[in-house]
Design a binder for this molecule. Structure first.
Ligand SMILES: CCCCCCCCCC/C=C\CC(=O)SCCNC(=O)CCNC(=O)[C@H](O)C(C)(C)COP(=O)(O)OP(=O)(O)OC[C@H]1O[C@@H](n2cnc3c(N)ncnc32)[C@H](O)[C@@H]1OP(=O)(O)O
Length: 300
C-alpha cells in the first residue's frame, strides 16, 4: 500500500471537476499502443503509462522551448495528479519531445506587463508544480535531452534522479541572477540539497549555466549518456529504485525532503506576496524586457 507523503496535496490550482474526464478525447486510438500501454495527452504534455512496469513517461511538447506558462503548469499539475492517483503507476520519467530543449524555464511573458492578480496566480501554479513533484510518491527521473535553464533546471532538480544527454550545446543551471531576478528560497534549497552549499552559492550568485560535463562534475546531474541511450538508461534507473519496497523508499524520501517542503508550505502565501511585489517593480520589468530583447536579437 503506497504511503502518502502529503495525504491532502494543496490542490488550490485546479478547477475542481473530474480529472478523469481530462484528456479523454486525446487518448490514442486502439491498436497504436501495446495492450499494456495507456496514454493521455493535452496541448502541452503527452503521458504514456506502461502498466506492466508501472512506469509512465511524460513528454513536454510545447514548442519552441517548452516554456512554463500558466497553461503548461496547469496541465503539468493535472497530469501529475492523474498519475499520482493511478495505482498502476509507481515511476515517472520526465523528458522532452521538443528537439534540443528540455524546458527553457518559466515563461517570461507571464512575468511581464501583467496584473498583480495574474502574477499571484502564476506564482501559485509554479509553487504547485514544485510541491506536487517534490512530494511525489512516485520514483521520478528527469531524462534531460536538451538545455534546461532556470525553471527547467528546477524541474530536473525536483526529481529523484537526473540523467542528461551529452551534447556540447546543452546547458543547465539556475541562471536567474543573469536576468536580474532572484531564485526564491525553495529553488535555492532544492539546489543546495543536490549539490551542496558552496557549489550552489557560487552557481546561484553568478547565475551560471553549466555545460553537461560540468553539471555532472558538480553533482547537478547524476549521469551523462549519449542521446540514443537515454530512455534505456532512465528505464533501468527507475526499475532499480522500484525494486525496493514502496513504503520504505517513500518514507525515506519523505524524511529526506520534509524540512524543505515544510518550510515552503509554511511560507507559501508570503512567498507569493514577495514574488508579486518583486516582479511588479519597474526596474525588474525593465530587466526582463531587456532580456527578452536580447533573446530575440540573438536569433537575428
Ligand atoms: C526577494 C526575493 C523575492 C523572490 C522573487 C522571485 C523572482 C522570480 C524568480 C523566477 C524564477 C525562475 C525564473 C525563470 O525560469 S525565468 C526563465 C529563464 N530562462 C532562460 O533564461 C532561458 C532563455 N532561453 C534560452 O536561453 C534559449 O531559448 C534556449 C532555452 C537555450 C533555447 O535556445 P534556442 O536557440 O533553441 O531557442 P531561442 O531562439 O532562444 O528561443 C525560441 C523562442 O522562444 C522564446 N523563449 C525562450 N525562452 C523563453 C522563456 N523562458 N520564456 C518565454 N519565451 C522564451 C525566445 O524568445 C524565442 O522567441 P521568438 O521565436 O523570438 O519569438
Amino acid at each position: 500500500m503506497p504511503v502518502s507523503l502529503y495525504a491532502s496535496p494543496p490542490g488550490v490550482l485546479f478547477p475542481r471537476g473530474s480529472p478523469q474526464e481530462w484528456g479523454q478525447a486525446a487518448r490514442q486510438p486502439p491498436g497504436l499502443l501495446p495492450a499494456q500501454c495507456r496514454a493521455f495527452s493535452n496541448n502541452k504534455i503527452l503521458v504514456e503509462l506502461d502498466t506492466s512496469s508501472g512506469v509512465a513517461t511524460m513528454k513536454f511538447k510545447s514548442p519552441p522551448v517548452n516554456s512554463l506558462s500558466l497553461d503548461f503548469l496547469t496541465e503539468f499539475c493535472i497530469s501529475l495528479e492523474k498519475l499520482e492517483n493511478d495505482r498502476a503507476c509507481r515511476g515517472l520519467i520526465i523528458t522532452s519531445a521538443v528537439p534540443r530543449v528540455f524546458s527553457s524555464g518559466l515563461d517570461i511573458n507571464e512575468m511581464c506587463g501583467k496584473s498583480r492578480e495574474h502574477y499571484a496566480e502564476f506564482w501559485r501554479a509554479v509553487q504547485e508544480m514544485w510541491i506536487r513533484l517534490y512530494s511525489s510518491n512516485m520514483v521520478t527521473v528527469a531524462a534531460i535531452n536538451g538545455s534546461s535553464p532556470a525553471g527547467g533546471c528546477l524541474i530536473a532538480l525536483t526529481c529523484d534522479y537526473r540523467i542528461m544527454v551529452e551534447n556540447p550545446k546543452y546547458i543547465i543551471g539556475l541562471n536567474e541572477a543573469q536576468l536580474g531576478i532572484v531564485a526564491p528560497f525553495w529553488f535555492k534549497d532544492t539546489f543546495v540539497k543536490a549539490v551542496g552549499h558552496r557549489v550552489a552559492e557560487r552557481s546561484l550568485q553568478l547565475g551560471l549555466l553549466h555545460s553537461v560535463p560540468e553539471a555532472h562534475r558538480i553533482g547537478l546531474v547524476d549521469e551523462v549518456v549519449p542521446e540514443e541511450k537515454l530512455q534505456e538508461k532512465a528505464a533501468a534507473v527507475v526499475a532499480q529504485w522500484l525494486a525496493l519496497p514502496d513504503h520504505a523508499r517513500q518514507l525515506t524520501k519523505s524524511m529526506m525532503r520534509k524540512a524543505v517542503l515544510d518550510h515552503m508550505l509554511a511560507h507559501r502565501e508570503e512567498d507569493i506576496q514577495n514574488f508579486v511585489n518583486f516582479i511588479s517593480k519597474d526596474s525588474i520589468q525593465k530587466s526582463l524586457s531587456m532580456y527578452m530583447e536580447m533573446l530575440k536579437k540573438k536569433k537575428s
